[in-house]
Ligand binder design. Structure first.
Ligand SMILES: C[S@@+](CC[C@H](N)C(=O)[O-])C[C@H]1O[C@@H](n2cnc3c(N)ncnc32)[C@H](O)[C@@H]1O
Length: 353
């Protein structure tokens, strides 16, 4: 007999809300209950999450039993998707963990050499170097993605505000939180435990892509495409690579990335996206809707984005017969705790059938 408690646990939204937050800019984690209410009324089996970011929406879709393709042009986002969406069953065992923690005497020391005095302690950086090269030997491959995702979230937890724009003496961010005191190794162990519990098999072959949205292969036809592109920023601070360059580099040990040596925090180059510029955004939406016109299109958008709702609806109407808009009030938080401002915006789900 199934108890009420078990039934509750099995509900897709309950499952989805167990997904950890990655302090990801623009994450839809807090909007998942609303997104679920809207999506559950639509009929679809295969789905693309075209700008998957932290993976929160992909995980909701997976929890709903859909066949999910998650995509993002950032490699660390792709890594998270591999570990938690594509991966239906690989978990890290105590012996995997021992192997990862053992000192790798042949590892490179790029992270320690590059980031000493910038982020974390020397011991933390040495741990990252050694752990990365031990992780390279894990089999099957999805275990590597899972271990890397645990390293990534360990770094997010330890870095104040989870962003890599601030460095050096961070004592003014120290509000006594335990997260700032734990070593990266301790954080890593906590993350492994957490991720091992949220991996599940939804009976579908889910996949993760690391592609520009315009290069997602047209060969796969998705019943539904969920699109959550970045907004034209109000300041340069909105750039994903600027905030998360360390995580992006770590996910691939900075392979094929060039460090901008003159920058204080040793950034890598930002990635161009047409959605971030007023002059290219409208055309980008138009091109993207056209690319996915055979699918039901669900666009996440907000009232502080550019172009505005009216314009977006008219662009979508040029390739879709029927367009419906759902709206929800939402508050975004900006800044540190002491200076936090709230901004009232309306969140939209714009659906083209
Ligand atoms: C608003 S965030 C998505 C947030 C996500 N829905 C979540 O809940 O975490 C936008 C994402 O779009 C990605 N991105 C920006 N331009 C892109 C492009 N041209 N192709 C693919 N991904 C892109 C960024 O890396 C970022 O992760």
């Amino acid at each position: 007999m199934t108890t009420q408690g078990q039934l509750f646990k099995e509900s897709p939204i309950e499952k989805a809300l167990a997904y950890p937050t990655f302090r990801y800019m623009g994450s839809k984690h807090r909007l998942l209950p609303w997104i679920y209410e809207v999506l559950k009324e639509l009929s679809f089996e295969t789905v693309l999450d075209g700008f998957s970011g932290s993976g929160a929406v992909s995980y909701l879709l997976k929890s709903m039993g859909k066949q999910v393709t998650g995509n993002d042009f950032l490699h660390f986002s792709y890594t998270i998707n591999k570990a938690l969406i594509e991966n239906n069953s690989s978990r890290l065992t105590p012996s995997d963990i021992n192997n990862i923690l053992s000192k790798n005497s042949t590892s490179e020391s790029f992270i320690t050499d590059t980031f000493s005095g910038i982020f974390f302690t020397k011991k933390d950086l040495e741990f990252l170097d050694s752990a990365y090269w031990n992780i390279e030997n894990l089999i099957p491959v999805l275990k590597r993605e899972l271990a890397l995702t645990s390293l990534i979230r360990a770094c997010i937890k330890k870095q104040p505000r989870g962003v890599f724009t601030v460095s050096g003496d961070l004592s003014n961010y120290d509000d006594g939180r335990r997260d700032l005191r734990l070593s990266l190794e301790e954080h890593f162990l906590n993350q492994v435990e957490l991720f091992n519990t949220i991996i599940f098999d939804n009976g579908k072959k889910n996949i993760s892509l690391n592609s520009d949205i315009f290069s997602v292969p047209n060969s796969t036809k998705f019943d539904l495409v969920y699109l959550d592109p970045p907004y034209v920023p109000r300041s340069d601070d909105n750039c994903y690579v600027k905030r998360y360059h360390f995580l992006e580099g770590l996910s691939k040990y900075w392979k094929n990335e060039e460090i901008m040596q003159e920058t204080k925090v040793k950034k890598i180059k930002k990635k161009y996206t047409p959605f971030s510029y007023k002059k290219s955004a409208e055309e980008a939406f138009s091109k993207m809707f056209d690319k996915f016109k055979e699918s039901t299109i669900v666009l996440s958008y907000s009232s502080n984005g550019y172009p505005d709702l009216k314009k977006l609806v008219s662009i979508l109407k040029s390739c879709k017969q029927e367009v419906e808009v759902f709206q929800k009030d939402h508050k975004y938080h900006f800044g540190t705790h002491s200076t936090a401002k709230r901004s009232d915006v309306k969140e939209y789900l714009i659906i083209g059938y």
